[in-house]
Structures are given as C-alpha cells and as structure tokens.
Design a protein around this ligand. Structure first.
Ligand SMILES: [Zn+2]
Length: 156
C-alpha cells in the first residue's frame, strides 16, 4: 500500500479491524519513509487483485470460491463447519493483503491453506497435503478428490 503523501511504497499496518459491515477492513497505516512518517486510514475490501502464478508460468486471478471449494473437498464428511472454512479463506486473504503482493505462486497459496488446515482438522490437512502436493493447482486437486469420491462410491 503506497503512502498517499509521499508515494513511498513501504507502509506498515499499525492497527487493523473489521468494519461494521464486515466486508472491509479498516487499517491505520504509517509511512515507513522517516522523512514523511504520516499516518493514514484505509478501508480495504476483500477483493484481491492478486494473480496466482501457476507452475507453467500462466496466471489467473485469485478466486476465493475456488480455494473454498478445494478446502471443502478436503473436509468432506468431517466435522468442520463451513463458517470455519470461510474464516480460513478470509485469513489467507488478509495475509495476502498485508503482504501487499500482486502476484503469488500457487505453491504459496497451497502452503497457506495447509498451515491453516493443520490447525483446524488433522484429517483434512493430511487429505489436502497428500493430494495437493502432487498437483500444481487447487483445480487439479479438486478434480482428483472428486475422482477418489467417485471411485469409493463404485466400490461401496
Ligand atoms: Zn509517506
């Protein structure tokens, strides 16, 4: 986030809270340029303009629904509420916002998901990790889980 006073690209968050309508975050920031050091408030919406860079070099816009679907797959039939999964994705969005990046490799998103799933549900984490690590995108992961589910149904 650029400083609006001096255009310095380095600013730090000194306070962060969700606004009353819950779809934006109010942040107090301080410019890290010592000659400026001005403070300002931003209202940041959870709409990330971040590109996800795939292993083959192609990119696609960050899509929270896609991530949520992948995570939901790994929690299939586990006692994990949709609310906590939404919160997990919110948390990832917040972290990405805080880092102020415009491009993120899929592997980083995968790591961020795994870190949080591990804390949420161990089985979901193992499912996600064992499948995801073989694939380069949440999409591929999703397809593979679907295949597994179909296979199981056929056997049973
Ligand atoms: Zn400044």
């Amino acid at each position: 986030m650029k400083c609006p006073f001096c255009d310095c690209p380095e600013t730090k968050v000194i306070d962060s809270r969700e606004s009353d309508d819950l779809d934006s975050v109010r942040r107090r920031r301080e410019c890290e340029n010592t000659n400026c050091a001005k403070r300002f408030t931003t209202y940041e919406h959870f709409e990330l303009s971040i590109n996800i860079i795939k292993k083959d070099g192609s990119s696609e816009p960050f899509d929270r629904e896609k991530i949520l679907k992948g995570v939901r797959m790994s929690c299939h039939k586990l006692p994990v509420s949709l609310e906590s999964l939404n919160e997990l994705v919110n948390d990832i969005e917040r972290e990405l916002l805080d880092e102020g990046l415009t491009e993120v490799p899929t592997s980083k998103i995968g790591d961020m998901i795994m870190k949080r799933l591990k804390a949420l549900n161990k089985v979901a984490f193992i499912r996600f990790a064992s499948v995801y690590q073989e694939f380069e995108s949440v999409d591929e992961f999703k397809n593979e889980i679907l295949k597994l589910e179909t296979r199981k149904k056929k056997v049973g």
